[in-house]
Design a protein around this ligand. Sequence first.
Ligand code: BT5
Length: 244
Amino acid sequence: PAVEYGLEAPYRIEYHDAIASTNARARELAKAGDADVVVLANEQTAGRGRLDRAWNAPSGGVYLSVVLRPEMAPMEAPLLTLAAAVATTRALREAGVDAGIKWPNDILLEFTGEKLVGILTEMEGEADRVSWVVCGIGVNANVDSEDLPQGATSVREQVGDIDRRAFVQRVIEEFDTLKGDPDAILDGWREHAITLGQRVRVETSRGAVVGEALDIESPGRLVIETDEGEVRVHAGDCEHLRPV
Ligand code: BT5
């Protein structure tokens, strides 16, 4: 269906020139019973990352949050974060950006490791069934890298400005195609993963896990070969990952 923003997307688009946080607005909509809405903004004044970290969101970026009411258990929801990462990486690569996925929720420039995209999934629900999921994606699109933190880069800096409307359309379409297909999500993730094959150190609240990242498992666990054998780390338990 045609929507206000001019996209042929499978979701209604609610566009804001500037907003505190698209995830915060999406949570409001979700709690009010809405579903299949994408909150989209050109700029965020109080963007948020994981673990209460801040997300810099200057004008010219792509900040979007998808509101879903999927039939899934809360423990499966990390699959949607992976789906968002695969969809966004594909759209970036089609735009000529050498993007790859760092577990669990970052998209980086492959060769330098600079961060291009962050993803934040939030949800509410019972033990066996989520009531809603909000999947937020922040892309450093048409922004100057001077307006970003150290270690970040933008699409503008890599390949010049892109048509954000076409880009958002691609991300949403690809996300929608992937979201009900765990095998396609995991295969897409492996195809674009930077982390697999790397020796990594993952900080969790129960200590660090060090070893080679072997594979990803549903719904988003990283399998790490340590000196003591294979260890599986849940995406939600990762405070920080760095190659060592
Ligand atoms: C993330 O958190 O990477 C998830 C970011 C999600 C942002 C989207 S934008 C749309 C939606 N609405 C929101 O309010 N949020 C979502 P985390 O892994 O915790 O990384 C945060 C860290 O990345 C910060 O502590 C900074 O070091 C760094 N950072 C902040 N802004 C950045 C940017 N624009 N580009 C690259 N790195 C950034």
